[in-house]
Design a protein around this ligand. Structure first.
Ligand SMILES: [Fe+2]
Length: 307
């Protein structure tokens, strides 16, 4: 980065960062910062940027795993994913999505997140921020797709308003990926075991962002299984209609992957889905989740970095 562009003079404001804004109506912002130059002094400004624009992309660079973790640490507390089979062998903070063996051994999990979801929605304390670094990109267009849930809520048809007034239930067990330790277990046993590890949780169907106070629809086809206040048949029908509206083609932003081009997003405001690429071609990406020290939504218990 050129010294004349240094944002450090007033690093708590997103305005201090050198950014390229997208065309009107497009999601996300590109920040002209090498992630290796981001330290704790830039964390507040970068967090402000992602809260404002929801999705931030960076210039391509060759980041080591340690540098990726250091970048995440500048933003908050890196997450250790609750399932060990996703971990990088040397760095548990790195969640590995890969179909490439390392030294002949399977590393991480292949084909993750190919459904609309938001990270850790099925936990009492969801994950606020996600960083993803594509490392090996297949030849076909590989991308992460995003939907802006503030916009979706703003445009929600009136007929669906009564269904977003309460709480929604979220569950992970239907997305469990079979592991070698599951051999000889029945599907029922596997679901019971994983269901006990990740009991269903509820969150408000519309959440309030803890920083700027905007309202956001907080459901996803991947993890949301019921609307609490409605009978099961009504809930199922209404959720289907909600998901169909959320996932309308006009709402989908596609962010193509480039090797070494990091993505950072706010899980409170976006749902996302892995898309494109061939399952047969080598592909690898590294994710580090970040707890930003704020409650996931306003008026709820505070997050883990808060005093
Ligand atoms: Fe995800």
């Amino acid at each position: 980065m050129e010294s004349s562009q240094s944002p450090r003079a007033s690093a708590t404001s997103a305005d201090a960062l050198p950014v390229t804004l997208p065309p009107a109506g497009r999601l996300g912002v590109r920040v002209e910062l090498d992630p290796r130059d981001v330290d704790a002094s830039l964390g507040p400004a970068l967090r402000a940027l992602v809260y404002e624009h929801k999705l931030v992309t960076f210039p391509e660079c060759e980041l080591t795993t340690r540098e990726h973790i250091a970048f995440a640490r500048a933003l908050g507390e890196p997450q250790i994913y609750f399932q060990h089979n996703y971990h990088h062998p040397d760095h548990p903070e790195i969640f590995v999505s890969s179909n490439i063996p390392h030294d002949g051994k399977k590393v991480g999990v292949a084909g993750t997140g190919r459904y609309w979801h938001t990270d850790y929605q099925f936990f009492p304390e969801p994950l606020p921020l996600t960083t993803v670094l594509p490392r090996v990109v297949p030849s076909g267009e590989r991308a992460t797709c995003f939907i802006d849930m503030e916009r979706v809520l703003r445009e929600l048809p009136e007929a669906l308003h009564p269904f977003v007034d309460g709480r929604a239930r979220h569950e992970a067990k239907w997305r469990y990926k079979i592991q070698p330790c599951d051999v000889d277990k029945s599907i029922t046993e596997i679901l019971e075991e994983f269901g006990a590890l990740t009991p269903a949780v509820t969150h408000p169907t519309v959440i309030t962002h803890p920083v700027h106070g905007r309202k956001l629809l907080y459901v996803s086809r991947g993890f949301t299984v019921a609307l609490e206040e409605w009978p099961p048949d009504v809930s199922m029908k209404a959720l289907g209609e909600l998901f169909d509206f959320v996932e309308h083609e006009a709402h989908v932003h596609r962010e193509p992957w480039r090797p070494g081009r990091m993505l950072l997003w706010d899980n409170r405001q976006l749902v996302h889905m892995a898309a494109g690429g061939s399952h047969r071609e080598p592909a690898e990406s590294h994710r580090v989740g970040v707890y930003d020290g704020l409650p996931f939504y306003a008026d709820e218990p505070r997050g883990r970095l808060a005093s």
